[in-house]
Design a protein around this ligand. Sequence first.
Ligand SMILES: CC(=O)SCCNC(=O)CCNC(=O)[C@H](O)C(C)(C)COP(=O)(O)OP(=O)(O)OC[C@H]1O[C@@H](n2cnc3c(N)ncnc32)[C@H](O)[C@@H]1OP(=O)(O)O
Ligand SMILES: O=C([O-])CC(=O)C(=O)O
Length: 369
Amino acid sequence: MIKQFQPGLENVIASETNISYLDVENEEIVLRGYDLIKLAKSVTYLDIIGLMLDGYLPTEEQREDLEQELKANYGVPHEVITILQLLSKQTHLMDALRTGISALAGYDEDLENRTRAANRRKAIRLLAKVPQIVANSYRATMNLEPIEPRQDLSYSANFLYMITGQVPTAIEEHVFDQSLIVYSEHEMPNSTFTARVIASTQADLYGALTGAVASLKGTLHGGANEAVMRMLLEVQSEDEIEPLIVGKLARKERIMGFGHRVYMNKPDPRAMLMKEALLPLAEAKNELSLYRMCVIGEEVMKREKGLYPNLDYYAAPVYYLLGIPIDLFTPVFLAARTVGVSAHVIEQHENNRLFRPRVLYNGPRGLQV
Ligand SMILES: CC(=O)SCCNC(=O)CCNC(=O)[C@H](O)C(C)(C)COP(=O)(O)OP(=O)(O)OC[C@H]1O[C@@H](n2cnc3c(N)ncnc32)[C@H](O)[C@@H]1OP(=O)(O)O
Ligand SMILES: O=C([O-])CC(=O)C(=O)O
């Protein structure tokens, strides 16, 4: 038995995979052989769905078929929408999403079939329906009528439309699509690990994804993007961001959107791409001071702690300028990650070994009743 204990399983190899790998040394996120950042600059999220689920980038014809397949699966059972409406108005939207995905399981005819083909069909259904659950969970808390997906818009444009109620401009659609790509997959974060652990019992994709939602809610993981935006909104002007961060650090508070278990003291390439995307968006929206504030925050954290921003730091202002309500930032992250989690569950089911580690027991022995 391996007796070494590694807190937080830091640097422990938990799985073999063909899906993705963080090559920190070369600052590359490898996605089925491609560089994620190059993909984000040249393909769309639809292509990433094909790459993740089928293992290769689709041809134009295959992409069209994939789009049709997704659109044919649009629409959430009205009972599931009703469940969202019946939840307490105080429900955290990640909890609403978790509930909605869990409820969807009962409508999937392939639920107990774990073949690759059946798992792929489930993944497509989830990718078609999760954005509608995300948008309608928010609308339910706001007492707004449920919104239906639009077949005439692209996958990403429709997702953003359902959230904001407005058809996005070309630049908004492009930036949102890029954000979905950079959020789509990231090797073995806590949420993906959670999903693989669940799937390793032969549990289904819905259960595994529901577990991933619960994991992603935490502020040390996906919940950070919402926390970043709330922090940025604490200040009124560019001069206030430095004292805010320095004050928080003096009180030993963590600054959300900085640091990363794997990147450690290297930049997260995805954050840099979102920073690039933020500038033209901020210009178009006349919000350059938000961009400058973020850059100052980045410089202060580098100087004070030697820490770099992670994806959540720059995704947050991007989502804010796209008109996405802050409470939906983490649900959108999960919607984008649905494809990565699905690929991992498919892989786990295809080459399964039950996760069942051991412990280093530090408790008492020999107590008498
Ligand atoms: C897309 C994503 O999910 S990315 C992650 C999003 N989460 C966040 O942005 C939350 C803020 N960041 C963090 O809390 C951490 O950097 C984590 C959880 C992401 C990674 O943490 P770990 O690998 O466990 O690093 P650990 O917590 O051991 O931190 C190492 C040191 O850096 C410091 N540190 C790390 N991140 C931060 C931060 N954001 N703010 C201030 N200090 C930090 C810690 O205090 C610690 O310092 P010390 O050694 O002086 O005590
Ligand atoms: O990799 C991680 O631990 C967290 C992260 O950045 C992600 O899930 O995108």
